[in-house]
Design a protein around this ligand. Sequence first.
Ligand code: PFF
Length: 465
Amino acid sequence: MTRSTWRTRIGFILAAVGSAVGIGNIWRFPWLTAENGGAAFLTVYLLLVVGVGVPGLIGEFVIGRRSNRNPVGAFDELAGRWFRPLGAVALLASTVILSFYSVVGGWILRYTAASTTGAYFTAPQEYFAAIDYGLGAVGFHVLFLAMTVAIVYLGVERGIEVSTTVMVPGIVLLFGALAVWASTLPGAGGGYDFYLSLDVAYLRENLFSVLPAAAGQALFTLSVGAGTMLTYSSYLGEDRSLAADGTLIAVLNTAIGVLAGLVIFPLLFSLGVSPGQGGPGALFVSLAGAFAELPYSRLVGVVFFGVVLLAALSSAISILEVLVAYLVDEHGLSRERATLGTGGLFLVTGSIAALSPAVFALLADTLANVVLTAGLLGFLLFDGWVLGRLAREEYARGAGPIARLFELPWYYAIAVVLPVFLAFTLVTGVGGILGIGISTRGAAAVAVLGVGGAILALRRHGVPG
Ligand code: PFF
């Protein structure tokens, strides 16, 4: 059986942007921004997207295009079966993320439907509290999952490429329209101020709480660390500049994220709702409550949650595709069976998250950051010290003069600087989950020693270039 490939370059880009743009941009990002001081968070996050996210994304592309395999088979293909566990981390990360993602997808689906009748208008807080977990949440999660499964079932070209080619431009157009409309609301200016003016003093005082949150979000938003971008790039045929494509994807993702902020913050401020409160339910409670106050409230609700639904769906398919690609490549299953089988897995894991707020919070908050960080750390050490020269060769294939200029800086970043940084955030993150307070210095020492040891071990197994 021949392996799928994208039909067009733009098809690949839109699919990758579709993966990147999701509830991470619309639900997680405004929530974390509000919690971490507005523009202060935005600034650190943008720096980390450029400094960590983009090089990491290119690092995933290098492995995917070089091997034309799923995340587990890729390492096997390139360096032997001892390296398969690096891909297993990616499978785990995908499982963790889709398990809660599908629950949020279900919430969105429900709000889209509820907007037509205005069901949540009178008591938004109570409405969310009544539907967030429980059997109803399970039902809508299953519905969202079924939509995801249906697209992946149709395949890379007919399912994923076709659907994202429609969905992504749709997201941009609708959000653009909503942002223009939000700017006309009285009091919108307060939202722009909060969002766009940097409070340096806040940042100085809170750097160590802002940093890990912003780092995790930078990976989450670009879909890096779970093998989705590796898998998507494994369907690339011809030579294109991975660096140029990766940069374009990150720029589009960030632009759409900022656009979402330009809808959400003016809206909240114009209605006098403080964005700092509300936690994960913020989008649903404050925003949905805000809609009720507006003219054409039902229409606004349907359009808004409809766009969010498209964004969530185009991300969920990319996560499911990781596991499907694995089963098809490694175990010889047909795409149809692989899709239905993994759908069954998420039916169970997602339902658990939809029934238990504690499980949901663990997956969505801390665990997601940790598995993505661990996944990317493995990918980059592999690029840097197992592939080594071959990784640079792959980077250079199809690269233009500007991208070539960044070849060496990219290589040193992914081989040394970023692994130490990722190991540092990983240690702090795991410490947080286990409830062990680890000092900054202690975490830094563990990171440097751990990465150093890993490099020494990997160099012995390097693939002869
Ligand atoms: N990037 C997606 C979002 O921002 O919603 C979430 C995501 C997709 C994270 C795929 C990780 C992943 F592998």
